[in-house]
Structures are given as structure tokens and as C-alpha cells.
Design a binder for this molecule. Structure first.
Ligand SMILES: Nc1ncnc2c1ncn2[C@@H]1O[C@H](COP(=O)(O)OP(=O)(O)OP(=O)(O)O)[C@@H](O)[C@H]1O
Ligand SMILES: [Mg+2]
Length: 212
């Protein structure tokens, strides 16, 4: 069983968007997957409530940060983290975490906030404890100047950029109906499916594949 955390204390960087895409992707493969909403705003819970009953099932649990969750047979557990939580609360998480995805927007403020978060992960011993950490640049538009700033920053941190997702209403439209982009007509989301390929490949890499 593998646990994947989607985390970045910066609000609005795409944690919920990415968490639900991953959960729906595995559900679509008929894998037993659970989505855990750690956010009092309950955005993942709201999304799941809208999900048509005809779509592949996603198990659900809500939890506070650091709380242990009964996984009820799920073999992949995707954790949607809130914006506000402190690494001091994360001791319990470190033990149980296999992969962390950090979504980051290519803007100066977001890059700065991400840098603080990653430094906190280093200091807390989270990084270097065998957990795979990967960054996803989210809402990237063409040749934004800040995209190259982001790439430079990642090279310095020696953290992998596991994916680049464009800014598109496809995510908004899909999520409005409790769906993911993996459940929209392929002709509409061709570019997005291609952008997800490296992220999904990273999730399946050893030593901690998201599905075991
Ligand atoms: N790639 C994208 N293209 C277009 N819109 C996006 C994309 N990713 C996220 N969004 C939109 O950006 C907003 C914030 O995304 P989301 O709620 O996933 O962020 P979050 O990190 O979970 O926020 P919070 O910190 O409040 O939990 C939402 O309105 C979402 O629809
Ligand atoms: Mg959220």
C-alpha cells in the first residue's frame, strides 16, 4: 500500500486539483484508491459529492493533519493537504509517506513560498528519509518568464520537476461535474493527457510505486 501526499502551504497552487486527478486516474484503472481530505475547506469532499455514481468508485476519508486513517483496503491513498499546516504536525506523516508531490505556480511569490517549504522539509528530516519528492509546475502558460526562474530554482534544490501542467479550463470544467480530465473526451484533453504522462510514470517508479 502506498501513500501519496499533495502538499504545499501556499494556497491555490493546485493541491486539490492534482489530488483528485490522481485518485480518478487510478479509479479508472479499477484500482482500489482512497482520497483523504485533510483540509477543513473540504474541497476534495465537495468534488467527490458531485461525482456521478456511474463513475469508478473512490474511497474517501477526511482527517486532520497527522491523523492516521483506516485505509479500508485501498492500495493507493492520495492525501489532499491543506494550505495551513506546520511541519511540527507532520511527524506521523513522515512514517507513513511514500511520495510527496509539491505543486507550484510559476510566479515569484509562489516560488519563494515553495523554497521555504522545501527548506522546512530538509530541516525536519523529511527529505533524505527515503521519501520521493517531486515538483509539478502548475498553471504554466507558454513562455512565462517565471517558468525559467522555477527551473533554475529546482536545479539548485536537486529536486525533480516531474511534470508541467498548463493553465486550462479543462480542469475547472471536469471538476465542476465531479470528474477528472481523464474522464473528459480524449479529443478535448489530448495535450493534458500527454502532460500527465511523466507524472504518472513517476508515481509508478520504485522504490515506492503508488500502486504495489
Ligand atoms: N492547471 C490548471 N488550470 C486552470 N485552473 C487551475 C489549474 N490548477 C488549478 N486550477 C484552479 O486554481 C484554483 C486553485 O486550485 P486548487 O483548489 O486545486 O488549489 P489548492 O492548492 O488545493 O488550494 P487550497 O490551498 O485553497 O487548498 C481552482 O479554482 C482550480 O480550479
Ligand atoms: Mg485544496
Amino acid at each position: 500500500m502506498a501513500q501519496v501526499f499533495i502538499a504545499n502551504p501556499k494556497g491555490g497552487c493546485g493541491k486539490t486539483t492534482i489530488a483528485v486527478q490522481i485518485a480518478a486516474y487510478y479509479a479508472g484503472l479499477h484500482q482500489p484508491v482512497m482520497l483523504v481530505d485533510h483540509d477543513p475547506q473540504k474541497s476534495s469532499a465537495d468534488w467527490l459529492r458531485e461525482r456521478p455514481k456511474s463513475r469508478p468508485e473512490i474511497l474517501f476519508s477526511s482527517a486532520t493533519v497527522g491523523e492516521t486513517v483506516a485505509v479500508n483496503g485501498a492500495r493507493c491513498v492520495v492525501h489532499d493537504m491543506p494550505a495551513a499546516w506546520s511541519l511540527a504536525q507532520a511527524d506521523g506523516l513522515i512514517q507513513r509517506c511514500d511520495k510527496v508531490i509539491i505543486p507550484v505556480l510559476p510566479s515569484p511569490n509562489d516560488i519563494r513560498a515553495c523554497l521555504h517549504f522545501v527548506m522546512g522539509l530538509y530541516r525536519s528530516g523529511f527529505l533524505g528519509s527515503g521519501v520521493d519528492v517531486g515538483l509539478v509546475a502548475n498553471r504554466v502558460r507558454g513562455n512565462t518568464r517565471y517558468f525559467s526562474v522555477l527551473e533554475e530554482f529546482l536545479q539548485k534544490l536537486r529536486l525533480p520537476l516531474i511534470g508541467v501542467l498548463r493553465d486550462t479550463q479543462n480542469y475547472v470544467n471536469a471538476m465542476d461535474g465531479g470528474l477528472s480530465i481523464f474522464e473528459l473526451p480524449a479529443s478535448k484533453v489530448k495535450i493534458d493527457l500527454a502532460q500527465w504522462e511523466p507524472v504518472l510514470a513517476w508515481l509508478e517508479t520504485s522504490p515506492s510505486p503508488a500502486f504495489e
